[in-house]
Design a protein around this ligand. Structure first.
Ligand code: GLU
Length: 505
């Protein structure tokens, strides 16, 4: 068989916000497609109208735009295998349902919900399968005329997949190896419902993967139980030769304890599980998003890439291009990956450090504006360059740097008590006079002159610098003193010193 071009897909159902686990699935598909020079398809699986949530599709598209994950074809991207929204493919599915019925691989069932309920009550662990289908109302038990009559009368029915019992079904998973399941544990899955003239997820998924020429199905572990059914469906259609390879990704686990990561963990521990803020149209509930919390998209992708995969050495920071080269689907773990959100914060810190001061300054500008500060760009760039190593998020720069933009109006009592000595007012007056006399207010010149003054007069460097800091910052924190004074400039430095002396003397 000729090598087929790699084609993978991300196929979410628009049932709400995109969970961060879904983002990781999309990322792995993206990396896999890119490294094989293949295509990444974006398909919307919206055949379950009960679970449809308005706005979800747009939300998912916007999320990937923000993250920088690009699709080659699909909903909103175009392509020649469309339509890519399953609700627009009804007629296609009907044809394939017909094909299975004609081949005797599926059958029509009329059992009402009440009848099914009664059977469940009557038979413990009831399952619609080879052992029970003979007792039910379906096209295998009813005469053909009766089936035709019921349909003509407009009775609702479903089409069920006729699963042959007692067969070992092998799913060859790229991550989990050979997974074997006996067909007897599977039930005759509903493939189609006359009520809404739509297929169920299973049929639509298989038909679309086939028609869209998907070569690899990389998806969340929760779909592993469906895989044997999918294998049987491919065979029933006669598509076994072009059946995609499967890879079921490890679960994302709670940051603490056991079990699957949920939105509640995020609410409890204070981290997002959605890429963007999500406004639930039904409940009105607002859930936090990585974007709104101030995460950089590159940091989020890097963090997610390592949840369930690693490059085989201890490299942690990597660009998307590097990930494309390093990614190896066979190196994905089977065991669940703990969602260590603290590590996610660390990634954000590292990406702020790596980012140019100009770009960080651009992101900081709106924060300054919010606080009513209109500072020149070059000052913001300098401040950011000095201070960005101290924060995990751009918004935290405000608390860390605000003294560069607003003069202190109060002086931290603890620091005053510890740092403001009986002679501090006099010393600061002399220092202010000295600084005022400087024509060259550069960092280097201030440092040279002040240090010489301290030495010549036998002063205590610590005492001078601590008091100096208090006058400019209002407390005991901040970077190197002459970094601060040179950014503030001569006029502002002297003004702050004189005001502090007034207040504290
Ligand atoms: N529509 C499924 C979901 O919502 C996709 C499963 C698959 O990738 O086959 O997750």
């Amino acid at each position: 068989m000729a090598e087929r071009k790699v084609r993978v897909r991300f196929a979410p159902s628009p049932t709400g916000a995109l969970h961060i686990g879904g983002v990781r699935t999309a990322l792995y598909n993206y990396l896999f497609a890119r490294q094989h020079g293949g295509d990444l398809i974006f398909r919307i699986e919206d055949t379950d109208s009960n679970r449809f949530v308005p706005g979800a599709e747009e939300y998912i598209i916007e999320s990937f735009k923000w993250l920088g994950i690009q699709f080659d074809e699909g909903v909103s991207f175009g392509g020649d295998h469309g339509p890519y929204r399953q609700s627009e493919r009804r007629d296609i599915y009907k044809k394939y349902v017909r094909q299975l019925l004609d081949a005797g691989k599926a059958y029509i069932a009329f059992d009402t919900p009440a009848e099914l309920e009664a059977k469940r009550a009557e038979i413990p662990n009831f399952q619609y399968d080879a052992h029970t289908r003979g007792m039910m109302r379906n096209s295998l038990t009813l005469p053909q005329e009766e089936v035709d009559r019921l349909i003509a009368e407009g009775q609702q029915y479903v089409v069920r997949f006729k699963i042959e019992p007692d067969e070992d079904v092998h799913v060859n998973d790229l991550i989990r190896g050979d997974v074997v399941i006996n067909s007897s544990i599977l039930d005759d899955k509903v493939l189609y419902k006359s009520a809404d003239e739509l297929p169920t997820y299973h049929l639509a998924n298989i038909v679309d993967d086939h028609l869209m020429e998907v070569t690899h199905v990389i998806r969340g572990e929760e779909w592993l139980p469906s895989a044997p059914l999918h294998v049987l469906l491919y065979r029933a259609f006669g598509w076994a030769d072009t059946m995609p390879a499967f890879a079921h990704l490890p679960l994302l686990l709670k940051p603490d304890g056991k079990g699957k990561l949920s939105k509640r963990d995020g609410d409890r521990l204070g981290f997002p599980v959605f890429p963007l803020e999500w406004h639930d149209p039904k409940t009105g509930e607002v859930s936090r998003g990585f974007r709104e919390e101030g995460y950089l998209p590159e940091a989020v992708l890097n963090f997610l890439a390592l949840l369930g995969w690693n490059p085989g050495n201890d490299q942690e920071l990597m660009t998307l291009d590097e990930m494309v080269h390093l990614f190896d689907i066979h190196r994905c773990s089977k065991a669940g990956a703990r969602f260590d959100y603290v590590k996610g914060i660390w990634f954000n810190h590292e990406y702020i450090l790596k980012m140019s001061d100009e770009r960080v300054a651009e992101m900081f500008m709106p924060v300054l504006k919010e606080h009513g500060i209109d500072a020149p760009m070059d000052k913001v760039v300098t401040v950011v360059g000095m201070m960005k190593g101290r924060v995990n998020f751009v918004k935290e720069l405000w608390d860390t740097c605000k003294f560069f933009f607003v003069a202190p109006t109060e002086y931290d009592p603890k620091t005053v008590q510890k740092r403001w000595k009986p002679d501090s007012a006099e010393m600061m007056t002399r220092l202010a006079d000295l600084l005022e006399s400087l024509d060259d207010f550069s960092l280097e010149n201030q440092e040279r002159v002040v240090m010489k003054w301290i030495e010549d007069n036998g002063l205590h460097t610590g005492n001078i610098m601590n008091a100096f800091r208090l006058t400019l910052v209002g407390e005991g924190k901040g970077p190197h003193m002459f970094d601060i004074s040179s950014v503030l400039g001569k006029e502002e430095t002297i003004a702050r010193m004189r005001r502090a002396i007034e207040v504290l003397k």
